[in-house]
Design a protein around this ligand. Sequence first.
Ligand SMILES: [Fe+2]
Length: 198
Amino acid sequence: MSGLIRLRGFIQAMTRLADAEADERRWLTEGAELLQGLIAQDDWLPEAMAEAGPTYRQYLLHCDPAERFCVVSFVWGPGQRTPIHNHTVWGLVGMLRGEEVSTEMQPNPAGGPMLPGRVDRLRPGEVVPVSADTYDIHVVENAFADRTSISIHCYGGNIGAVARSVFDPATGEQRRFISGYHNTALPNLWDRSRELAA
Ligand SMILES: [Fe+2]
């Protein structure tokens, strides 16, 4: 349970930021610091939200009741990758376990294949932002072919229910995408009985 206390504290701090009506700049600085604190230790993610599947998994850990932000565990099995996709809201990606590579992709002004941009390799403890204004389209892949990698993401909305896009790498053609989540149950952050008994 001690690990879940850390997740609960993070969610409470993020909720305070939402209550303060933080703008994107604050989310991407203060929120990033909070996420960095959360992923500094890898002892809190429930097993069920760390399991790889036949494709990458997206497990909801928490959604703010007013859908101002959400917290999601992304699990990449060996060699797995996302399609090229956008977000349309701010996001924070924090590496918990293993490593991943994010490659920014841009539409080709001349048409044809999309153009790769910045490449970030994330190592445990590192956090990078995504922003609808400056960095919104990318492809993410497990940096390893022989083990699972896991990152913890926060977004400025209920990302599984946001209508966004995936892109055809060869043509840049855009297709509507609503990702959903792979889990139906959330971690129980609110059983304080052990803390109270201690
Ligand atoms: Fe993404």
